[in-house]
Design a protein around this ligand. Structure first.
Ligand code: FES
Length: 274
């Protein structure tokens, strides 16, 4: 069993937890994920690692309560435990000091997986900036944490409550138009956001890394559920990713596959006992 040692409600839909899992924390690297299960019959929930502390033995996860299982996890409090906490899974992000300027683009809970990647780049001496987006102020996550090492923290909200009124892509396009040079863009958030970031970066051929979140079951390359098409080839996000070259990802296929079990998910969320 893996104990929840800290829990913080971030907004009306998302929460952050530190889970005590020393073996996972010892090996975790930016870009990797864990699979969490609540109860013996629980669904396996893949979650990208937001932060990790090998000294304390903790992993930080940020979860959006959108369905039955994530709401089941949300109901747990400090001192409660999850049944399984498997990881770190996936390929760590290839982060090197050979870039001059990298910008992260984080949508909603995408702030969590962007954070360790930019932090590592900053530690390597790379200049890093971030654009954080959310529908309104409460959904703009981790701005303070990014400010500790980013040169600029840009914010975009749909309603203009904080930062630029508009989308993260509006901010990114303006920075490019103003002459900013980026060696790489790291975009993580809703699939539609990542697709639109690529729409901005592709004409300039700016390398763009995205983290894909297809439906997963085993997380070890056995079931094939997480297949995505990248550069015309089938890849399994759990073992070949979750990071991929965004310029070559088939986002439309990914969105269609994510919708496949929407009805069933909705039914379970409405009818199951928690
Ligand atoms: Fe089964 Fe990736 S989750 S192959």
């Amino acid at each position: 069993m893996y104990e929840i040692v800290r829990k913080e409600v971030l907004n009306d839909a998302a929460y952050e937890m530190d889970i005590y899992a020393p073996q996972v924390a010892k090996k975790a690297e930016p870009g990797q994920f864990v699979i969490v299960r609540v109860g013996e019959d629980g669904e396996r929930i893949p979650l990208t690692i937001g932060d990790y502390d090998p000294q304390k033995g903790t992993i930080t996860i940020v979860v959006q309560a959108v369905g039955f299982s994530t709401k089941q996890l949300e109901a747990l409090e400090v001192g409660d435990s999850v049944t399984d906490f498997v990881g770190p899974l996936g390929v760590p992000t290839h982060l090197t000091a050979d870039k001059k300027h990298v910008i992260g683009v984080a949508g909603g809970i995408g702030s969590a997986p962007v954070y360790p990647q930019l932090k590592k780049l900053a530690d390597l001496g790379v200049k890093v900036d971030v654009i954080i987006g959310g529908r309104e102020k409460q959904y703009v996550l981790w701005a303070d944490k990014f400010a500790q090492f980013c040169d600029h923290v840009y914010i975009a909200t749909d309603n203009g409550e904080v930062g630029t009124k508009g989308f993260v892509t509006d901010v990114l396009q303006k920075l490019i138009d103003d002459g900013e040079q980026f060696d790489e863009v790291i975009a993580i958030g809703p699939v539609i956001m990542m697709k639109n970031v690529v729409r901005v970066t592709k004409p300039y051929n700016i390398p763009t890394s995205v983290s894909l979140n297809p439906i997963m079951v085993d997380g070890t390359g056995m079931c094939g559920c997480c297949r995505v098409t990248v550069d015309g080839k089938i890849k399994f996000a759990c073992v070949d990713g979750p990071d991929f070259d965004g310029l070559t990802v088939d986002f439309d296929e990914l969105m269609a596959r994510q919708r496949m079990f929407k009805e069933e998910e909705h039914y379970v969320d409405e009818h199951a006992d928690r």
